[in-house]
Design a binder for this molecule. Sequence first.
Ligand code: AMP
Length: 467
Amino acid sequence: MEELKPITFAELNLDPQILRAVEDEGYTVPTPIQAKAIPLVLAGRDIMAMAQTGTGKTAAFTLPLLQMLLPHASSSASPARHPIRALILAPTRELAIQVEESVETYSAHVPLRSTVVFGGIDIKTQKPALMKGVEVLVATPGRLLDHVESRNLQLNQVQVLILDEADRMLDMGFMPDLKRILALLPKQRQTLLFSATFSEEIKKLAQEFLKNPEVVEVARRNTTAETVKQSIYLVEQANKHAILADLIRSRGVAQVLVFTRTKIAAGRLARALEREGILADAIHGDKSQQERLKALDAFKEGKITVLVATDVAARGLDIDDLPLVVNYELPSNAEDYVHRIGRTGRAGASGEAISLVDGAEEKMLLEIEKLLKRSFERERPAVSSTPPRTHSSRPANRAPHASSHSPTTHSVTHTNRASKKTAKDDWFDKPYEPASNTPVVEPQASLMSRKPNKPVAALLGGLGIKR
Ligand code: AMP
Protein backbone atom coordinates (compact mmCIF):
# COMPACT_ATOMS: atom_id res chain seq x y z
CA MET A 1 0.00 0.00 0.00
CA GLU A 2 1.20 3.48 -0.82
CA GLU A 3 2.39 5.28 2.26
CA LEU A 4 0.90 8.72 2.85
CA LYS A 5 3.37 11.54 3.29
CA PRO A 6 2.85 13.14 6.71
CA ILE A 7 1.29 16.57 6.43
CA THR A 8 3.26 19.53 7.76
CA PHE A 9 1.98 22.47 9.82
CA ALA A 10 2.85 24.76 6.91
CA GLU A 11 0.35 22.89 4.73
CA LEU A 12 -2.51 23.52 7.12
CA ASN A 13 -3.29 27.09 6.00
CA LEU A 14 -2.70 28.62 9.39
CA ASP A 15 -1.60 32.21 9.85
CA PRO A 16 2.16 32.72 10.33
CA GLN A 17 1.53 34.20 13.78
CA ILE A 18 -0.29 31.05 14.84
CA LEU A 19 2.44 28.91 13.31
CA ARG A 20 4.97 30.92 15.26
CA ALA A 21 3.29 29.91 18.52
CA VAL A 22 3.29 26.28 17.35
CA GLU A 23 6.97 26.57 16.60
CA ASP A 24 7.60 28.16 20.00
CA GLU A 25 6.11 24.99 21.50
CA GLY A 26 8.59 22.91 19.56
CA TYR A 27 5.96 20.99 17.58
CA THR A 28 7.36 19.91 14.25
CA VAL A 29 4.57 17.85 12.68
CA PRO A 30 0.84 17.80 13.36
CA THR A 31 -0.44 14.79 15.29
CA PRO A 32 -2.92 12.56 13.40
CA ILE A 33 -5.95 14.21 14.99
CA GLN A 34 -4.57 17.64 14.09
CA ALA A 35 -3.85 16.62 10.50
CA LYS A 36 -7.39 15.31 10.13
CA ALA A 37 -9.41 17.82 12.11
CA ILE A 38 -7.76 21.15 11.28
CA PRO A 39 -8.68 21.22 7.54
CA LEU A 40 -12.26 20.17 8.32
CA VAL A 41 -12.71 22.81 11.01
CA LEU A 42 -11.25 25.47 8.72
CA ALA A 43 -13.71 24.38 6.04
CA GLY A 44 -16.51 25.20 8.48
CA ARG A 45 -17.58 21.62 9.13
CA ASP A 46 -19.07 20.33 12.35
CA ILE A 47 -16.96 17.47 13.60
CA MET A 48 -17.40 14.58 15.95
CA ALA A 49 -13.89 13.56 16.89
CA MET A 50 -12.90 10.53 18.87
CA ALA A 51 -9.64 11.44 20.52
CA GLN A 52 -8.27 10.88 23.96
CA THR A 53 -6.13 13.18 26.03
CA GLY A 54 -2.56 12.93 24.81
CA THR A 55 -3.40 12.87 21.11
CA GLY A 56 -2.96 16.62 20.67
CA LYS A 57 -6.71 17.19 20.54
CA THR A 58 -6.58 20.59 22.24
CA ALA A 59 -4.44 22.09 19.48
CA ALA A 60 -6.60 20.23 16.94
CA PHE A 61 -9.52 22.48 17.81
CA THR A 62 -7.72 25.56 19.16
CA LEU A 63 -5.45 26.24 16.17
CA PRO A 64 -8.23 26.35 13.54
CA LEU A 65 -10.45 28.18 16.00
CA LEU A 66 -7.90 30.98 16.36
CA GLN A 67 -7.46 31.06 12.61
CA MET A 68 -11.20 31.53 12.10
CA LEU A 69 -11.39 34.24 14.76
CA LEU A 70 -8.41 36.12 13.39
CA PRO A 71 -10.49 38.54 11.26
CA HIS A 72 -12.14 39.64 14.52
CA ALA A 73 -8.88 40.17 16.40
CA SER A 74 -8.76 43.66 17.77
CA SER A 75 -6.44 45.60 20.01
CA SER A 76 -9.27 47.95 20.96
CA ALA A 77 -9.87 48.28 24.71
CA SER A 78 -13.62 48.51 24.22
CA PRO A 79 -15.45 45.43 25.58
CA ALA A 80 -17.96 45.78 22.74
CA ARG A 81 -15.17 44.86 20.33
CA HIS A 82 -14.55 41.62 22.20
CA PRO A 83 -17.77 39.61 22.33
CA ILE A 84 -17.58 35.89 23.12
CA ARG A 85 -17.23 34.28 19.71
CA ALA A 86 -16.08 30.84 20.78
CA LEU A 87 -17.23 28.81 23.75
CA ILE A 88 -15.27 25.78 24.90
CA LEU A 89 -17.04 23.60 27.45
CA ALA A 90 -15.05 21.18 29.59
CA PRO A 91 -16.28 18.82 32.32
CA THR A 92 -13.83 19.73 35.05
CA ARG A 93 -12.10 22.78 36.40
CA GLU A 94 -8.72 21.20 35.80
CA LEU A 95 -9.42 20.51 32.15
CA ALA A 96 -10.92 23.97 31.67
CA ILE A 97 -7.80 25.58 33.15
CA GLN A 98 -5.60 23.41 30.98
CA VAL A 99 -7.47 24.18 27.79
CA GLU A 100 -7.40 27.91 28.47
CA GLU A 101 -3.65 27.72 29.04
CA SER A 102 -3.36 26.13 25.60
CA VAL A 103 -5.55 28.85 24.05
CA GLU A 104 -3.28 31.47 25.63
CA THR A 105 -0.19 29.65 24.40
CA TYR A 106 -1.37 29.33 20.81
CA SER A 107 -2.72 32.91 20.73
CA ALA A 108 0.50 34.39 22.09
CA HIS A 109 1.13 36.38 18.91
CA VAL A 110 -2.42 37.36 17.96
CA PRO A 111 -4.62 39.93 19.70
CA LEU A 112 -7.39 37.53 20.70
CA ARG A 113 -8.48 37.34 24.31
CA SER A 114 -9.48 34.35 26.38
CA THR A 115 -10.42 33.51 29.93
CA VAL A 116 -11.66 30.56 31.93
CA VAL A 117 -14.53 30.22 34.39
CA PHE A 118 -15.12 27.25 36.67
CA GLY A 119 -16.83 26.53 39.96
CA GLY A 120 -15.38 26.20 43.41
CA ILE A 121 -14.16 29.76 43.73
CA ASP A 122 -15.90 33.09 44.28
CA ILE A 123 -17.80 33.98 41.12
CA LYS A 124 -17.00 37.67 41.62
CA THR A 125 -13.30 37.07 40.97
CA GLN A 126 -14.18 35.92 37.43
CA LYS A 127 -16.38 38.88 36.55
CA PRO A 128 -13.74 41.53 35.67
CA ALA A 129 -12.15 39.43 32.89
CA LEU A 130 -15.59 38.77 31.41
CA MET A 131 -16.54 42.42 31.61
CA LYS A 132 -13.43 43.44 29.67
CA GLY A 133 -14.54 41.15 26.87
CA VAL A 134 -13.00 37.93 25.52
CA GLU A 135 -13.28 36.20 22.17
CA VAL A 136 -12.69 32.74 23.60
CA LEU A 137 -14.35 31.57 26.80
CA VAL A 138 -13.47 28.24 28.37
CA ALA A 139 -15.98 27.13 30.98
CA THR A 140 -17.39 24.30 33.01
CA PRO A 141 -21.14 24.07 32.32
CA GLY A 142 -22.47 24.83 35.79
CA ARG A 143 -20.39 27.93 36.39
CA LEU A 144 -21.14 29.21 32.90
CA LEU A 145 -24.85 29.12 33.72
CA ASP A 146 -24.18 30.91 37.00
CA HIS A 147 -22.54 33.72 35.01
CA VAL A 148 -25.44 33.78 32.56
CA GLU A 149 -27.84 34.16 35.48
CA SER A 150 -25.73 36.94 36.96
CA ARG A 151 -25.73 38.65 33.54
CA ASN A 152 -21.95 38.67 33.49
CA LEU A 153 -21.81 37.48 29.89
CA GLN A 154 -23.77 37.05 26.70
CA LEU A 155 -23.67 34.09 24.38
CA ASN A 156 -25.60 35.48 21.43
CA GLN A 157 -22.51 36.02 19.28
CA VAL A 158 -20.99 32.58 19.71
CA GLN A 159 -19.97 31.26 16.29
CA VAL A 160 -18.15 28.15 17.42
CA LEU A 161 -19.01 25.75 20.24
CA ILE A 162 -16.53 23.12 21.34
CA LEU A 163 -17.52 20.29 23.63
CA ASP A 164 -14.33 18.84 25.04
CA GLU A 165 -14.42 15.40 26.66
CA ALA A 166 -18.12 15.23 25.93
CA ASP A 167 -18.36 11.66 27.24
CA ARG A 168 -17.16 12.75 30.64
CA MET A 169 -19.57 15.66 30.63
CA LEU A 170 -22.40 13.20 30.16
CA ASP A 171 -20.93 10.76 32.73
CA MET A 172 -20.90 13.61 35.20
CA GLY A 173 -24.54 14.41 34.66
CA PHE A 174 -24.11 17.64 32.72
CA MET A 175 -26.73 16.84 30.07
CA PRO A 176 -29.41 19.17 31.55
CA ASP A 177 -26.88 22.02 31.85
CA LEU A 178 -25.67 21.38 28.30
CA LYS A 179 -29.19 21.59 26.96
CA ARG A 180 -29.76 24.89 28.74
CA ILE A 181 -26.52 26.29 27.35
CA LEU A 182 -27.22 25.09 23.82
CA ALA A 183 -30.59 26.83 23.92
CA LEU A 184 -28.79 30.12 24.58
CA LEU A 185 -26.47 29.85 21.56
CA PRO A 186 -27.19 31.04 18.02
CA LYS A 187 -28.53 28.21 15.85
CA GLN A 188 -26.18 29.29 13.10
CA ARG A 189 -22.85 28.13 14.48
CA GLN A 190 -20.16 25.52 14.08
CA THR A 191 -20.02 22.74 16.68
CA LEU A 192 -17.02 20.53 17.40
CA LEU A 193 -17.45 17.57 19.69
CA PHE A 194 -14.47 15.76 21.15
CA SER A 195 -14.90 12.57 23.09
CA ALA A 196 -12.66 9.67 24.12
CA THR A 197 -15.47 7.24 23.34
CA PHE A 198 -18.50 7.18 21.07
CA SER A 199 -21.27 5.78 23.21
CA GLU A 200 -24.89 5.71 22.09
CA GLU A 201 -25.48 8.73 24.29
CA ILE A 202 -22.72 10.67 22.58
CA LYS A 203 -24.09 9.78 19.17
CA LYS A 204 -27.53 11.02 20.29
CA LEU A 205 -26.01 14.26 21.54
CA ALA A 206 -24.26 14.73 18.21
CA GLN A 207 -27.42 13.98 16.27
CA GLU A 208 -29.31 16.56 18.24
CA PHE A 209 -26.80 19.38 18.24
CA LEU A 210 -24.40 18.90 15.33
CA LYS A 211 -25.11 19.54 11.67
CA ASN A 212 -24.03 16.77 9.34
CA PRO A 213 -20.85 16.17 11.35
CA GLU A 214 -17.75 14.65 9.84
CA VAL A 215 -16.55 11.81 12.03
CA VAL A 216 -12.85 11.95 12.82
CA GLU A 217 -11.21 9.03 14.50
CA VAL A 218 -7.62 8.45 15.49
CA ALA A 219 -5.83 5.90 17.71
CA ARG A 220 -8.07 2.99 18.56
CA ARG A 221 -9.05 2.46 22.13
CA ASN A 222 -7.37 -0.21 24.14
CA THR A 223 -4.08 0.16 22.42
CA THR A 224 -0.99 1.34 24.18
CA ALA A 225 1.49 3.65 22.52
CA GLU A 226 4.32 1.84 20.79
CA THR A 227 6.70 4.40 22.17
CA VAL A 228 6.08 3.22 25.74
CA LYS A 229 8.39 0.49 27.04
CA GLN A 230 6.26 -1.66 29.29
CA SER A 231 7.80 -3.88 31.95
CA ILE A 232 6.29 -6.21 34.49
CA TYR A 233 8.21 -6.78 37.70
CA LEU A 234 7.02 -9.71 39.77
CA VAL A 235 7.47 -8.67 43.37
CA GLU A 236 5.96 -9.31 46.74
CA GLN A 237 3.56 -6.71 48.04
CA ALA A 238 5.72 -6.14 51.11
CA ASN A 239 8.73 -5.32 48.92
CA LYS A 240 6.99 -2.95 46.55
CA HIS A 241 7.74 0.21 48.40
CA ALA A 242 11.46 -0.53 48.74
CA ILE A 243 11.64 -1.48 45.07
CA LEU A 244 9.86 1.70 44.04
CA ALA A 245 12.13 3.92 46.13
CA ASP A 246 15.10 2.09 44.67
CA LEU A 247 13.81 2.48 41.14
CA ILE A 248 13.29 6.20 41.54
CA ARG A 249 16.75 6.71 43.02
CA SER A 250 18.60 4.56 40.54
CA ARG A 251 16.99 6.17 37.50
CA GLY A 252 17.27 9.74 38.71
CA VAL A 253 14.09 10.68 36.82
CA ALA A 254 12.66 14.09 37.57
CA GLN A 255 9.00 13.09 37.42
CA VAL A 256 7.33 9.81 38.21
CA LEU A 257 3.61 9.23 38.22
CA VAL A 258 2.69 6.30 40.46
CA PHE A 259 -0.71 4.60 40.51
CA THR A 260 -2.39 2.84 43.37
CA ARG A 261 -5.82 1.25 43.45
CA THR A 262 -7.09 2.96 46.56
CA LYS A 263 -7.06 6.40 48.12
CA ILE A 264 -5.63 4.94 51.31
CA ALA A 265 -2.74 3.31 49.51
CA ALA A 266 -2.04 6.54 47.59
CA GLY A 267 -1.82 8.61 50.77
CA ARG A 268 0.28 6.04 52.56
CA LEU A 269 2.69 5.58 49.72
CA ALA A 270 3.28 9.31 49.27
CA ARG A 271 4.06 9.61 52.96
CA ALA A 272 6.33 6.57 52.94
CA LEU A 273 8.30 8.00 50.03
CA GLU A 274 8.62 11.32 51.82
CA ARG A 275 10.06 9.42 54.75
CA GLU A 276 12.61 7.96 52.35
CA GLY A 277 13.62 11.49 51.42
CA ILE A 278 11.85 11.41 48.06
CA LEU A 279 9.55 14.37 47.60
CA ALA A 280 6.08 13.04 46.90
CA ASP A 281 2.43 13.92 47.20
CA ALA A 282 -0.84 12.17 46.49
CA ILE A 283 -3.97 13.15 44.60
CA HIS A 284 -7.16 11.32 45.31
CA GLY A 285 -10.83 11.95 45.95
CA ASP A 286 -10.42 12.62 49.68
CA LYS A 287 -8.25 15.64 49.04
CA SER A 288 -9.75 19.07 48.63
CA GLN A 289 -9.70 20.74 45.26
CA GLN A 290 -7.06 23.15 46.53
CA GLU A 291 -4.85 20.35 47.80
CA ARG A 292 -5.08 18.52 44.50
CA LEU A 293 -4.26 21.61 42.47
CA LYS A 294 -1.39 22.38 44.80
CA ALA A 295 0.04 18.87 44.45
CA LEU A 296 -0.38 18.94 40.70
CA ASP A 297 1.29 22.33 40.41
CA ALA A 298 4.18 21.22 42.62
CA PHE A 299 4.62 18.20 40.34
CA LYS A 300 4.49 20.32 37.18
CA GLU A 301 7.01 22.73 38.60
CA GLY A 302 9.38 19.96 39.67
CA LYS A 303 9.02 20.72 43.37
CA ILE A 304 8.02 17.12 43.97
CA THR A 305 9.31 14.13 42.09
CA VAL A 306 6.56 11.64 42.65
CA LEU A 307 2.85 12.13 42.27
CA VAL A 308 0.85 9.19 43.58
CA ALA A 309 -2.61 9.00 42.07
CA THR A 310 -5.69 6.85 41.99
CA ASP A 311 -7.35 6.09 38.66
CA VAL A 312 -10.24 8.47 39.18
CA ALA A 313 -7.97 11.33 40.26
CA ALA A 314 -5.70 10.82 37.28
CA ARG A 315 -8.30 10.80 34.49
CA GLY A 316 -7.06 13.10 31.80
CA LEU A 317 -3.81 13.82 33.59
CA ASP A 318 -1.36 15.13 31.03
CA ILE A 319 2.18 16.11 31.77
CA ASP A 320 4.68 16.97 29.08
CA ASP A 321 7.54 14.54 28.69
CA LEU A 322 6.55 12.34 31.61
CA PRO A 323 9.35 9.79 31.51
CA LEU A 324 8.06 7.13 33.86
CA VAL A 325 4.75 5.74 35.05
CA VAL A 326 4.74 3.09 37.75
CA ASN A 327 1.79 0.88 38.51
CA TYR A 328 2.38 0.30 42.19
CA GLU A 329 -0.76 -1.77 42.08
CA LEU A 330 -2.45 -3.00 38.92
CA PRO A 331 -5.90 -1.57 38.27
CA SER A 332 -8.84 -3.89 38.78
CA ASN A 333 -10.22 -2.68 35.46
CA ALA A 334 -7.91 -3.63 32.58
CA GLU A 335 -8.89 -0.54 30.56
CA ASP A 336 -7.48 1.64 33.30
CA TYR A 337 -4.07 0.16 32.54
CA VAL A 338 -4.29 1.71 29.08
CA HIS A 339 -5.30 5.07 30.54
CA ARG A 340 -2.53 4.92 33.12
CA ILE A 341 0.32 4.20 30.81
CA GLY A 342 -1.07 6.68 28.30
CA ARG A 343 0.39 9.32 30.62
CA THR A 344 3.82 8.64 29.19
CA GLY A 345 5.07 8.37 25.62
CA ARG A 346 2.76 11.17 24.51
CA ALA A 347 2.78 12.72 21.08
CA GLY A 348 5.53 10.39 19.92
CA ALA A 349 7.89 10.92 22.89
CA SER A 350 9.37 7.78 24.40
CA GLY A 351 8.32 6.72 27.84
CA GLU A 352 8.45 3.85 30.24
CA ALA A 353 5.79 2.10 32.27
CA ILE A 354 6.72 -0.34 35.01
CA SER A 355 4.15 -2.45 36.82
CA LEU A 356 4.93 -3.96 40.20
CA VAL A 357 2.84 -7.09 40.31
CA ASP A 358 2.45 -9.48 43.22
CA GLY A 359 0.95 -12.96 43.14
CA ALA A 360 -2.53 -11.75 44.03
CA GLU A 361 -2.53 -9.46 41.00
CA GLU A 362 -1.62 -12.12 38.46
CA LYS A 363 -5.29 -12.42 37.44
CA MET A 364 -5.47 -8.70 36.67
CA LEU A 365 -2.30 -8.98 34.62
CA LEU A 366 -3.88 -11.75 32.55
CA GLU A 367 -6.92 -9.53 31.95
CA ILE A 368 -4.64 -6.73 30.75
CA GLU A 369 -2.79 -9.10 28.43
CA LYS A 370 -6.11 -10.29 27.06
CA LEU A 371 -7.24 -6.74 26.41
CA LEU A 372 -3.98 -5.75 24.75
CA LYS A 373 -3.68 -9.06 22.91
CA ARG A 374 -0.08 -9.47 23.96
CA SER A 375 1.83 -11.19 26.69
CA PHE A 376 4.45 -9.56 28.83
CA GLU A 377 7.70 -11.01 29.98
CA ARG A 378 7.75 -11.29 33.78
CA GLU A 379 10.90 -9.88 35.31
CA ARG A 380 12.14 -10.18 38.85
CA PRO A 381 13.98 -7.23 40.29
CA ALA A 382 16.48 -8.17 42.96
CA VAL A 383 16.80 -5.59 45.68
CA SER A 384 20.19 -5.87 47.25
CA SER A 385 19.21 -4.04 50.42
CA THR A 386 16.46 -1.85 51.75
CA PRO A 387 17.22 1.75 50.79
CA PRO A 388 18.41 3.91 53.63
CA ARG A 389 15.88 6.11 55.33
CA THR A 390 16.91 9.69 55.17
CA HIS A 391 14.61 11.81 57.24
CA SER A 392 15.80 14.98 55.64
CA SER A 393 13.30 17.00 53.66
CA ARG A 394 15.77 17.21 50.80
CA PRO A 395 14.88 15.01 47.91
CA ALA A 396 17.36 12.19 47.57
CA ASN A 397 16.82 12.11 43.85
CA ARG A 398 17.37 15.74 42.94
CA ALA A 399 20.87 15.15 41.64
CA PRO A 400 21.16 14.47 37.93
CA HIS A 401 22.68 11.08 38.60
CA ALA A 402 20.88 10.14 41.71
CA SER A 403 22.14 6.58 41.59
CA SER A 404 25.48 7.74 42.81
CA HIS A 405 23.77 9.00 45.96
CA SER A 406 22.30 5.70 46.82
CA PRO A 407 24.22 2.69 48.02
CA THR A 408 21.32 0.56 46.87
CA THR A 409 21.08 -0.68 43.36
CA HIS A 410 18.46 -2.84 41.86
CA SER A 411 18.99 -5.25 39.10
CA VAL A 412 16.45 -7.18 37.16
CA THR A 413 16.69 -10.86 36.45
CA HIS A 414 14.39 -12.72 34.17
CA THR A 415 14.27 -15.92 36.18
CA ASN A 416 11.17 -17.33 37.75
CA ARG A 417 12.70 -17.82 41.17
CA ALA A 418 10.89 -16.04 43.98
CA SER A 419 12.71 -12.88 44.98
CA LYS A 420 14.30 -12.66 48.38
CA LYS A 421 11.95 -10.98 50.75
CA THR A 422 13.22 -7.64 52.00
CA ALA A 423 12.25 -6.11 55.30
CA LYS A 424 8.57 -5.39 55.51
CA ASP A 425 7.76 -1.75 56.13
CA ASP A 426 5.78 -1.51 59.36
CA TRP A 427 4.66 1.89 58.26
CA PHE A 428 2.12 0.29 55.97
CA ASP A 429 0.46 -1.46 58.87
CA LYS A 430 -0.28 1.79 60.64
CA PRO A 431 -3.80 3.19 60.44
CA TYR A 432 -4.40 5.66 57.65
CA GLU A 433 -4.07 9.29 58.62
CA PRO A 434 -5.78 11.70 56.28
CA ALA A 435 -3.66 14.57 54.97
CA SER A 436 -3.88 17.76 56.97
CA ASN A 437 -6.30 20.32 55.65
CA THR A 438 -3.97 23.24 55.71
CA PRO A 439 -5.70 26.03 53.85
CA VAL A 440 -3.99 27.16 50.70
CA VAL A 441 -4.10 30.79 49.64
CA GLU A 442 -6.15 31.14 46.48
CA PRO A 443 -4.31 28.75 44.20
CA GLN A 444 -7.05 28.98 41.60
CA ALA A 445 -6.65 32.71 41.27
CA SER A 446 -2.96 32.27 40.63
CA LEU A 447 -3.68 29.49 38.18
CA MET A 448 -6.02 31.73 36.24
CA SER A 449 -3.47 34.40 35.69
CA ARG A 450 -0.48 32.14 35.40
CA LYS A 451 1.09 31.62 32.06
CA PRO A 452 3.54 28.75 32.33
CA ASN A 453 7.02 29.20 30.90
CA LYS A 454 6.63 25.90 29.21
CA PRO A 455 3.34 24.36 28.21
CA VAL A 456 3.27 22.05 31.19
CA ALA A 457 0.21 20.37 29.90
CA ALA A 458 -1.03 18.90 33.11
CA LEU A 459 -4.56 18.41 34.08
CA LEU A 460 -6.64 16.07 36.05
CA GLY A 461 -10.25 15.45 35.87
CA GLY A 462 -13.20 13.42 36.85
CA LEU A 463 -12.80 14.60 40.37
CA GLY A 464 -16.01 16.24 41.22
CA ILE A 465 -18.92 18.04 39.78
CA LYS A 466 -19.20 20.88 42.23
CA ARG A 467 -19.91 24.12 40.48
P1 AMP B 1 -3.76 17.01 24.36
O1 AMP B 1 -4.18 15.71 23.75
O2 AMP B 1 -4.38 18.17 23.72
O3 AMP B 1 -3.97 17.00 25.85
O4 AMP B 1 -2.18 17.19 24.11
C1 AMP B 1 -1.24 16.27 24.57
C2 AMP B 1 0.16 16.84 24.57
O5 AMP B 1 0.69 16.86 23.27
C3 AMP B 1 0.26 18.25 25.09
O6 AMP B 1 1.27 18.26 26.04
C4 AMP B 1 0.63 19.09 23.89
O7 AMP B 1 1.48 20.16 24.25
C5 AMP B 1 1.36 18.10 23.02
N1 AMP B 1 1.21 18.35 21.58
C6 AMP B 1 0.12 18.79 20.94
N2 AMP B 1 0.35 18.85 19.61
C7 AMP B 1 1.61 18.45 19.40
C8 AMP B 1 2.43 18.28 18.23
N3 AMP B 1 1.97 18.52 17.01
N4 AMP B 1 3.69 17.83 18.41
C9 AMP B 1 4.15 17.55 19.64
N5 AMP B 1 3.44 17.69 20.79
C10 AMP B 1 2.18 18.11 20.67
